[in-house]
Design a binder for this molecule. Structure first.
Ligand code: ADP
Ligand code: MG
Length: 273
């Protein structure tokens, strides 16, 4: 009987912030690795044409045969685009620069905002992917149709915010977009949480920004704050997540704590549902 029950959909989380350089990709790679390290089965979907998540996970451009571009165009299923990574339990759907042109190609189709959602819905029935528990989507630095596809496909949005003076600027635009997607495209969408990145304890401003963000967003902000850590920024040039490059560095340890917070929040949500 169990074989005919519908497989459980993995939890889908979009890492979104229309600002570039705030830590979306770094968080996708290292949160994904940390979740895999504690036993989850994780897929990272690279939706940024720059492909930094793909490079950072050691998947060379030459080896990106099928990509998220092909998936959004409807030419291949998401399962076909998957590649293993050096991290057991972590796979990747890579992106290529073709993705820069995808919006134009799908703009006039009726299901243009649902392309990724449909691909994930089908993936659940793919034998190769039935044990997936988390899908993390690395979004481009915009609120374009690509990001709308990510939000339409997701259960939740996780927002990385850099600890800098303009951290909150643009946040209201992002929250408005989440509300619009929720109203028109995906009623179940929530904000999973906000994670502060590149925190520098020696910089007074970092502390001030943290206090401001917490008073504005309350308990949406994760307790875990990701410190600015040079090991984190070195790791991608070796094609490795920081957790493989230097497990003991402060950044890797912070991402492990973030992973357990994410799981804790997910469990609480499931229990409440
Ligand atoms: P986004 O995907 O939002 O554009 P990235 O994750 O690519 O941002 O991060 C931008 C830059 O900051 C990258 O060079 C990355 O290596 C660096 N970076 C991110 N997080 C940290 C951190 N905690 N400590 C040091 N450097 C970081
Ligand atoms: Mg990025």
């Amino acid at each position: 009987l169990t074989s005919v029950t519908t497989p459980r959909r993995p939890r889908v989380i979009a890492l979104a912030n229309q600002k570039g350089g705030v830590g979306k990709t770094t968080t996708a790679i290292n949160l994904g690795t940390a979740l895999a390290a504690i036993g989850e089965k994780v897929l990272i979907v690279d939706l940024d044409p720059q492909g930094n998540a793909s490079t950072g996970l050691g998947v060379d451009r030459r080896n990106r045969k099928s990509s998220t571009y092909d998936v959004l165009c409807g030419d291949v299923g998401l399962g076909q685009a998957l590649q293993p990574t050096a991290v057991p339990g972590l796979s990747l759907a890579p992106s290529t620069l073709d993705l820069l042109g995808v919006e134009l190609e799908i703009a006039s189709s009726k299901d243009r905002a649902h392309r990724l959602k449909n691909a994930i819905d089908e993936l659940v029935y793919d034998q190769r992917c039935q044990d997936l528990t988390y899908i993390l989507i690395d979004c481009p630095p915009s609120l374009s149709l690509i990001t709308i596809n990510a939000m339409t496909a997701s259960d939740a949005v996780l927002v990385p915010l850099q600890c800098e003076f303009f951290a909150l600027e643009g946040l209201s635009q992002l929250l408005k977009t989440v509300e619009q997607v929720k109203a028109g495209l995906n009623p179940r969408l929530i904000i999973q949480g906000v994670v502060l990145t590149m925190f520098d304890p020696r910089n007074n401003l970092s502390g001030q920004v943290m206090a401001d963000v917490k008073s504005f967003l309350g308990d949406k902000v994760y307790e875990t704050v990701i410190p600015r850590n040079v090991r984190i920024s070195e790791a991608p040039s070796y094609g490795k997540p920081a957790l493989l490059y230097d497990l003991r560095c402060s950044g890797s340890q912070a991402y492990l704590r973030l992973a357990s917070e994410v799981i804790k929040r997910e469990r609480a949500l499931r229990a409440a549902a």
